[in-house]
Design a protein around this ligand. Structure first.
Ligand code: PMT
Length: 212
């Protein structure tokens, strides 16, 4: 099958030398891409900047900002059987990017941010994607409730919930412990290293297509 996977953080430029980003290392998304390729799928990895090596046998589209990632996904998603959104995309981006390095003039600096486009939320409603749609949810509270809200609002077949208030799992850790939120049920998976967990997740995601 053809599988599109988003991974990593995005970088939102403030001026030529500064940007806003987050703590995503890309490990979860890259592990999913490696596992999907090992299982014989044709994988397209769309990733923000990371320091990871590209998994073998994976096509790669590097991006920087949330707007770049939106464009890359929009141009590729129609060809896919499955789309998995593991990237930590910025929800807000600077409204204006300064052409010159911002000078240290005042004691305070106010940045005006504007909402980015929701890529996962646009997959069905704007991009008309009809394949299996898997989102991730990074939450610090009410994990199941918030993940289920995302599943419903974004018309996903599965949302993989991460408790990112813990430092031993989630962002930049080698391990993760996730809650699988399906339209009709919720299942927890035990803490595991991201490579092993990713392999199991790909097996479960394949089942979503078999059920369609
Ligand atoms: O990269 P690692 O260090 O391995 O960490 C893994 C992870 C914690 C980043 C990953 O497992 C994870 O949870 N990714 C989703 C992070 C996130 O941005 O969650 P969210 O709840 O803010 O977003 C919900 C979903 O919408 C996600 O699928 C996200 O990719 C997507 N999204 C969000 C905003 C946006 N503008 N467009 C999107 O597509």
């Amino acid at each position: 099958m053809k599988i599109l996977i988003t991974a990593g953080p995005t970088q939102e430029p403030i001026d030529p030398v500064r940007y806003l980003t987050n703590r995503s290392s890309g490990k979860m998304g890259y592990a999913l891409a490696a596992s999907a390729a090992k299982r014989g799928h044709q994988v397209l990895l769309i990733s923000g900047p990371t320091s990871l090596d590209l998994p073998e046998g994976v096509d790669f589209l590097p991006v920087v900002s949330a707007a770049d990632m939106y464009q890359a996904v929009e141009s590729q998603i129609a060809k896919q059987d499955i789309a998995i959104f593991a990237a930590a995309v910025a929800d807000y981006t600077p409204a204006n990017v300064s052409e010159q390095k911002i000078k240290k003039d005042g004691d305070q600096l106010t940045l005006v941010l504007e909402k980015t486009k929701d890529i996962l939320g646009s997959a069905r409603s704007v991009m008309n994607f009809t394949g299996a749609l898997v989102g991730f949810a990074a939450e610090t509270e009410n994990l199941e409730e918030n993940a289920r809200g995302k599943l419903q609002r974004k018309a996903c077949d599965l949302v993989v919930g991460n408790d990112v208030s813990r430092t031993d799992i989630g962002f930049d850790s080698s391990e993760n412990e996730v809650l699988l939120v399906y339209p009709d049920r919720t299942e927890g998976l035990p803490k595991d290293n991201k490579d092993h967990l990713a392999y199991h997740l790909i097996e479960l995601i394949e089942d979503l297509v078999d059920q369609e």
